[in-house]
Design a protein around this ligand. Structure first.
Ligand code: CA2
Length: 145
């Protein structure tokens, strides 16, 4: 039987992980995180695919594609679009995908403009504030969905 697929989508500026602001986002790069998630996925019987884009519409397109392809669940760190994007909220609602919101930091303990999450209005769960480990905990949650 084919492995269940988990898509890990990362939004704007997350390609800079590991190079700047380590006190907030840690020292792991996105490639480090992707490598660990792929290995963890293999152990859980999941096929994990990780992507990053700086463009809001690309995230929307990838959610539509995930629906068409029958992806089991999506881990979504939409970066700053978390707090601004009604388009992403609509895409999650329209596709009815099981989306787990992921953040390295805890946006609710940061500036007030990070307290609102449009993604969170449609996500089935949120894992935040654990640094790179947030993705690993979210993958465990996705396996149980
Ligand atoms: O904590 C998170 O994962 C965030 O989604 C990160 C976003 C931020 O806008 C959200 O409020 C919370 C920012 C991502 C920027 O990533 C950088 C990584 C390294 C250096 C600079 C930025």
């Amino acid at each position: 039987m084919a492995l269940r697929k988990i898509l890990v989508l990362n939004g704007p500026n997350l390609n800079l992980l590991g190079t700047r602001q380590p006190e907030i986002y840690g020292r792991d790069t996105l490639d480090d995180i992707a490598a660990r998630l792929t290995a963890q996925g293999e152990a859980l019987g999941l096929a994990v695919e990780c992507r990053q884009t700086n463009h809001e519409g690309v995230l929307v397109d990838w959610l539509h594609q995930a629906k068409r392809e029958g992806v089991h669940a999506v881990l979504l760190n939409a970066g700053a679009y978390t707090h601004t994007s009604i388009a992403l909220l609509d895409a999650i609602l329209a596709t009815e995908l099981k989306v787990i919101e992921v953040h390295l930091s805890d946006p609710e303990t940061r500036e007030p403009f990070r307290h609102l999450s449009y993604v969170g209005m449609a996500a089935v769960a949120c894992v935040k504030g654990l640094g790179a480990k947030s993705y690993e905990v979210a993958l465990e949650r996705a396996a149980a969905l």
